[in-house]
Design a protein around this ligand. Structure first.
Ligand code: 5AD
Ligand code: SF4
Length: 501
């Protein structure tokens, strides 16, 4: 972190925790706005703190905030960045939306995600009428859609601040602008090639953390809005990723989840290109780190090199999330997925051969334009062959601006629903069967926390993310134990540490 000091009217920064450094003299009015992006944001954090202090004096208590996250793990990680800044400027986090500052970090991958936000905004509008000092901000993927922003400008005028996915690192600066203005501040960028490191962040969990390794997506699957709202692929430098993970480990993190829309294409655009498999091997060497997960892998880019790295790296969880989307080669082609049914099954065969106890999970879309019962049965066939440990199933949602939305052969909901139900039934039956198969086995469990219901138990997770409760003490948190899974309770297990541990 940076110390901002006044030195004969000039700006100086140095890496100390200035937030709590009482010796730090600060006269922001006498400092020029720093040029370096990260220092600039720390400058605005300090400026915002002055506003928050005066709000606190007015209210007679620390003002509260609530960040509501919709969507994926990327958004969850972004929200941690917002929380980090809000806490540094003097807000206090609360769980519900009756806060002095509410932020919705939105998702737009499916229509119902958008509808949820509009519904909640309706509620907030009434609440704000009774609490006019309240601040409301909207950010995330949904804000990258011009029609959404237009609607907000027109029909949700009580919103104070709107920003997108590319300029989230400017949150402090935008918030400062919003403190200085009575009208709605809107700042949306089309794209960026910038990655700003070293801004404040507040983790939700002490023991595990998401780690962005890349941003954006270049794949343009024909149904998907993500490439339009998250921009082109940008990889973080390996040294920045490793430095961040080492810092997290020093701060008590034992599990890192490497995040990217398509981690398998990591490193292609770096000055010194590096593959994801190479990155995994480097991260595996980090002392003190116990587990590495990653998400998401595109089948078209899944190399043998990655399979071998997963097999060889003892810290990498033996879990692969491998979105199928459809089992029909015909539909996969129209989806622009660049693999067919056989190629997908071949990857699964390889994974199972090299890593026999691997857990495989997936995403599946039902009702893509033109999908027939025959196509759907191909999906069912893959589901039966692969035997997924779990699967996220989605009804196709028309996203304006994507090629699939313009296709004329949209499938009516009444035709999609029976297929969707059939798939859900099959997927659940297989995942219960797979979960039961582990009963009686002894498997590594990373202890995450004390059980919230029973003080004699600890709670941890298997490689495949399933929860296990077993007798233990708080000293065990952050360590891996071989646990015999004595009873499968559907989505979780009751177990016992293996005798000779
Ligand atoms: N409709 C339904 N599901 C979608 N997904 C992405 N776009 C759509 C859409 N338009 C699903 C895909 C992806 C997951 C994150 O969301 O299965 O893997
Ligand atoms: Fe969307 Fe395809 Fe990119 Fe995944 S890989 S984010 S489904 S475009």
């Amino acid at each position: 972190m940076f110390c901002i000091k006044v030195n004969q009217g000039k700006f100086e920064s140095r890496k100390v925790n200035y937030m709590y450094n009482k010796d730090c003299e600060l006269d922001l009015n006498r400092i020029e706005v720093p040029e370096s992006e990260v220092e600039r944001q720390y400058y605005y954090i300090a400026k915002c703190r002055e506003y928050v202090k005066s709000i606190e004096e007015e209210l007679g208590h620390k003002p509260t905030f609530c960040v509501q996250t919709f969507g994926c793990q990327m958004n969850a990680r972004d929200s941690e960045k917002l929380v980090g800044i809000l806490e540094q400027i003097g807000y206090e986090e609360i769980e519900d939306e009756h806060a002095d500052f509410v932020i919705y970090n939105t998702c737009t991958v499916r229509e119902n995600a958008n509808n949820k936000v509009y519904g909640r905004l309706g509620y907030l509008s009434n609440y704000k009428k009774k609490h006019p000092h309240m601040k409301i901000a909207l950010c995330g993927c949904m804000m990258q859609e011009p029609n959404v922003v237009e609607k907000i400008r027109k029909s949700y005028r009580f919103v104070n601040l709107v920003f997108g996915t590319h300029n989230i690192y400017k949150f402090a600066e935008l918030l400062h602008r919003s403190f200085e203005s009575d009208s709605m501040i809107v700042d949306i960028w089309k794209d960026t090639d910038k990655i700003v490191e070293d801004l404040p962040i507040k983790r939700k969990f002490s023991f595990k953390s998401g780690v962005n390794i890349m941003f954006g997506c270049n794949n343009f699957c024909s149904y998907c809005i993500v490439p339009y709202v998250r921009g082109r692929e940008r990889s973080r430098k390996p040294e920045d990723i490793i430095r961040e993970i080492k810092g997290l480990v020093a701060d008590g993190v034992c599990e890192g989840m490497l995040l990217g829309q398509n981690v398998n294409s990591y490193g292609k655009n770096l000055e010194h290109p590096m593959t994801f498999a190479e990155l995994l091997r480097e991260i595996n060497k980090i002392e003190g780190l116990k587990r590495i997960r990653f998400m998401t892998s595109h089948p078209k880019d899944l190399s043998d090199e990655l399979i071998y790295a997963m097999r060889d790296c003892e810290k990498v969880c033996k879990h692969m999330h491998l979105p199928l989307q459809s089992g029909s080669s015909r539909i996969l082609k129209i989806m622009n997925r660049h693999y067919d049914k056989e190629q997908y099954l071949e990857i699964v065969r390889k994974l199972k051969k090299e890593i026999p106890d691997i857990a495989i999970t997936t995403d599946i879309i039902v009702g893509f334009p033109g999908e027939t019962t025959e196509d759907f049965m191909e999906t069912m066939d893959v589901v039966k062959q692969v035997e997924y440990d779990s699967a996220f199933t989605f009804i196709y949602s028309k996203r304006t601006g994507t090629p699939a939305a313009a296709m004329e052969n949209q499938v009516p909901e009444e035709e999609v629903k029976p297929h969707f139900d059939m798939l859900l039934k099959e997927v659940s039956a297989i995942s219960s069967k797979k979960a039961m198969q582990l009963e009686g086995k002894t498997m590594p469990v990373l202890v995450e926390e004390m059980n919230t219901q029973d003080a004699t138990l600890v709670t941890g997770r298997l490689d495949n993310n399933a929860v296990v409760h077993f007798p233990g003490t708080k000293e065990m948190i952050g360590n891996i134990y071989n646990v015999t899974l004595e009873e499968c309770k559907g989505f979780y297990y009751l177990g016992k540490v293996k005798e000779d541990e």
